[in-house]
Structure formats: structure tokens, C-alpha cells
Design a protein. Structure first.
Length: 498
């Protein structure tokens, strides 16, 4: 059945429209929460969600995954706004979007699948930990420290403030209650779970604060059109800074990787058309370019909304387009509703989302089966918390390359003596600089007063560093009274005597 026939099928259209309502109800509190946690007006999160639905939803690539502001980019957006100012966010997102379009047009989309899964999981785990640490302060209506280490160091003081301060305790109770509802919601009867958990948790928290007379801080609303701030020439001028260029590359890399990994996960959830990774990368780039032009948040494909879309029975891209329309209508007609939502409740939603980014259940099995991958995941996550997102991911990628090089550079050294006293040393496998210390240690243990032949013909790979080091060893190993070490580079030309 073709895409056009699916759109013309009333049953499919009805299912897609119902699915779009579910996705809208999931996306609404997350769009607002991600924006607030990123340090920008709530409306900017809604704008990104609208663009993700109406624009990216209509483009080819993946038919069922849903795009919008993601918790995975919250930390990077917050750091960008704090370091460079809110005005530079638009040019950064726009430039990152153009890079994504270029990568997709050059058919680089498929290569993002080659990024180590452990690095991506470690990146998301690190982001999750930073989100949780930061939003714990937001749950108590308390300013959060800047770095991840400062957030960790400030936890005892935060606990003391919650225990002794009435305002902090009441706000934190609202946030903690929100987290509890989100955690318990999957265990409730199916009829109750028709309402998406984030919407239910935020609505209950808002109702409780209104009925009990609590007055925690709420979301500030200025209107959709007032929040739009297209970047000016002075904002684009900052793109010449090396630090800003690094931020642009980080946005492009992380948004692309998260979107394409999400696409792979969504493809496993349904039996419909598979994702075209290059087209999906172009679609994400177009969306980010438009978001940057509007001064809004960056977007990625979001697995929570995408999974809700599939589970709600969506069959075509109509569901994700329609969810963007519902977001637009809500933001235009009912903006005052956003203004009564407690910030502590949104912080609770983000704490729950951050916890889900940390693959706690997967760590023990991964440690048992692939210990080095578990270490790579943990180191990447820790680096993201201790340094920042960009440096943490770069460190993780470098470690992944080194680990792969180490594991593939297996080399075996064997020796045997011929009847005339000559020693034949044979190297097999892949000889790289990573294994060079061990190779030289074994060679230097050989006697210096006997003829030696070094057979390199059986090596599958010999890098330049190894070749030079082995030739230097051969030149200086034997003493003056002994025949110099001979090196055989070509194929063996005869059987060696046992």
C-alpha cells in the first residue's frame, strides 16, 4: 500500500489523528520543561516542537519518529546561553542545521551508525546526570551552580536548605510528587494510562498547588510571537569565535547522532517503511535551520514522543504533522494555561527524563559481556559531568578509536631454531605502535651471539612506526662477531627445518 493510499484511507487517517493527540499531550509538557531547563522562554520550546511537527514531519526520511526539543541537548543549550548570551543561540542552531543538511546531501547519514553505541549511551547518561543534578535545584526553586562538579558539591547545602526552608520544602515537595506520579503511572490500570504520564503529572501538580494555596514559582509567559527573536548581524558576528564554532559542531554532531540512533530504535518498533538516514539527516537540518532563524531551541528526533506515536497506532507521517498543528493551536489560543504550571513540576518531569537517560539496567550485563564497552560508557558519562558535553563526547570518541585499534592490533611472536643454530622469529597478525613495547621486549630477550632471521611476511598489517622500530632493533641487536639480523619482508620461499 502506497503512502498516498494510506492518506486516503479513512481508517488510517482516524488512527493517525488520534495518535497525534497522544503525541501532542506527551510533547506539550516536555517542550515547556526543556525550554525552562535550557534557560530560555517556554515559548521557544513550543516553537521548536511546532517546526518539528509541521516542517520536519512533512519531509521524507522517517515516517513515524517525532522531532522537537530534546532533553539530550538541554545541557549544551544552557551552557551556550550562559557563556555567549541568548542572542547567539539562533546563529548556532542555524549553522548546525546547515551542516546537517550538507552532511545528509553528501550521504553521510549512514556513517553516523558507525559511532560507538557505548559513547552515545555514555553521552546520554552524562547528560542525564547533569540534568538530574541541575533540576534538583530547580525543584527547590534554588539557583543551580554552573558546573557539574559544583552541582555535586552543592548537594549537601541544597538538602539543608530544603530541610530548613519552608519555601524550598514546599516547592521540592511539588517536584518530588511529580516524579512519584511519573514513576508509578505505568503500574496503573490501562484505562487510566490513556492519559500520558507527563501531562497527568504536571496537571496534578498544578491542581494540588492551586487547591492547597502553595505558591511556588510558575512559568513566565510572554506570547508566541513575542518570543520569536530572529538573530541579527551582530549575533552572526560571534560565529567567528573558535569557541562558538566548537559549539556549532557539537550541536550538529550530537543532534545528528541522537536523531539517527532514535530512527534505528523506532524502526525496530514497527513493520512499516524503514528510515532513509540521509534524507532524515537533511530533514533534521532543515528543521534546525528554521529553528535557528526563529531564535528557537535546537531539535532532534525524540524517542519518547516517537515511541508514543508508534504505540498509539500511527501509520503515516500525518500523525506527527498533526501533533505540530495541535501545539500551534494551543500556544496561540491558550498561552495563559502555561503560566500556571509550577516550575518545580516541570523540573520533576526533567529529573524523571534524566534518570531514564542513564542505562542503569544495562550496565551489569554489559560489564559481564563487554567490560571494555562498559568502561567506555562510564568514562564518557563521567567526562560529560566533570567537563562539558562537547569535551566529554570528544574524549569518548577518542577512547573508542584507541580501544578499537588496541583490540584489532593483535600480534603473535613465535621463535624456532634451525639445525644450523639460526633462530627464526615469526610475527603474525597486525603490528601497530600500540603493541610495539611488548614486541621489542620479547625481541630484546633473544641472544645476541646467534644468527637471527625476523620473518614479517605473515603480518596482515605493519605500520610505519613498527617497521622503523624493528629495522632499528635488527641493526643494533647482534654483536659485532655475529651475523647481522636478517629481515624477511616478502612471502616465505621455502620450508623451515624444525
Amino acid at each position: 500500500m502506497t503512502r498516498s493510499s494510506l492518506f486516503s484511507n479513512p481508517r488510517v487517517v482516524r488512527r493517525d489523528l488520534l495518535a497525534s493527540l497522544v503525541v501532542f499531550l506527551v510533547a506539550l509538557p516536555l517542550c515547556v520543561g526543556v525550554a525552562v531547563a535550557s534557560g530560555v522562554p517556554a515559548e521557544l520550546g513550543l516553537i521548536t516542537g511546532i517546526v518539528g511537527g509541521l516542517v520536519v514531519g512533512a519531509l521524507p526520511g522517517s515516517s513515524l519518529q517525532v522531532s522537537g526539543p530534546a532533553a539530550g541537548l538541554t545541557v549544551l543549550v544552557y551552557e551556550t546561553v550562559q557563556e555567549f548570551g541568548p542572542g547567539v543561540l539562533g546563529p548556532v542552531v542555524l549553522a548546525a542545521g546547515l551542516i546537517q543538511v550538507g552532511l545528509g546531501a553528501a550521504r553521510f547519514g549512514r556513517w553516523f551508525r558507525a559511532i560507538s553505541v557505548s559513547v552515545v549511551q555514555g553521552m546520554l547518561a552524562g547528560i542525564g546526570l547533569v540534568i538530574v543534578l541541575g533540576q534538583l535545584y530547580a525543584m527547590a526553586d534554588t539557583p543551580q551552580p554552573g558546573s557539574g562538579l559544583d552541582k555535586l558539591a552543592g548537594l549537601p547545602g541544597l538538602a539543608a536548605e530544603i530541610a530548613t526552608g519552608t519555601a524550598a520544602l514546599s516547592a521540592f515537595s511539588v517536584g518530588a510528587g511529580t516524579v512519584a506520579v511519573l514513576a508509578l503511572w505505568p503500574r496503573l490500570p490501562a484505562k487510566v494510562r490513556v492519559v500520558p504520564a507527563p501531562l497527568a503529572a504536571v496537571a496534578l501538580a498544578t491542581a494540588v498547588t492551586a487547591l492547597t494555596g502553595l505558591s511556588p514559582a510558575t512559568v513566565e509567559v510572554s506570547g508566541l510571537l513575542q518570543a520569536v527573536r530572529p538573530p541579527g548581524l551582530e549575533d552572526f558576528g560571534q560565529l567567528g569565535s573558535t569557541a562558538v564554532i566548537g559549539t556549532v559542531l557539537a550541536f550538529a554532531l550530537i543532534a545528528s547522532a541522537e536523531s539517527l540512533f532514535s530512527a534505528a530504535a523506532v524502526d525496530r518498533m514497527h513493520d512499516g517503511p524503514r528510515t532513509d538516514y540521509d534524507k532524515e539527516l537533511v530533514a533534521q537540518g532543515v528543521g534546525n535551520t528554521l529553528c535557528g532563524a526563529l531564535g528557537a531551541l535546537p531539535m532532534t528526533a525524540v524517542i519518547v514522543r516517537s515511541a508514543a506515536n508508534v504505540q498509539a497506532g500511527a501509520r503515516t507521517s500525518l500523525s506527527r504533522i498533526a501533533h505540530g498543528l495541535w501545539l500551534l493551536l494551543f500556544a496561540a489560543l491558550l498561552p495563559a494555561v502555561i503560566g500556571i504550571i509550577p516550575l518545580a513540576a516541570l523540573a520533576g518531569v526533567l529529573v524523571h527524563a534524566g534518570c531514564k537517560l542513564v542505562p542503569v539496567k544495562d550496565l551489569a550485563p554489559l560489564w559481564r559481556t563487554h567490560r571494555s564497552e562498559a568502561v567506555l560508557l562510564a568514562v564518557t558519562a563521567l567526562a560529560v559531568v566533570v567537563t562539558n558535553l562537547f569535551e566529554g563526547v570528544i574524549l569518548g570518541l577518542l577512547l573508542a578509536v584507541v580501544k578499537s585499534a588496541w583490540e584489532t592490533s593483535h600480534v603473535h611472536l613465535s621463535t624456532r631454531r634451525l639445525t644450523g643454530g639460526r633462530i627464526v622469529v615469526t610475527l603474525t597478525g597486525n603490528a601497530t605502535f600500540l603493541r610495539l613495547p611488548r614486541i621489542l621486549e620479547q625481541l630484546e630477550e633473544l641472544p645476541q651471539d646467534q644468527p637471527i632471521e625476523l620473518d614479517l611476511a605473515r603480518l596482515r598489517h605493519l605500520d610505519h612506526a613498527c617497521r622503523v622500530a624493528l629495522e632499528n632493533w635488527a641493526h643494533r641487536h647482534n654483536n659485532a662477531e655475529t651475523e647481522p639480523v636478517r629481515i624477511r619482508h616478502g612471502e616465505p620461499t621455502g620450508a623451515l627445518l624444525p
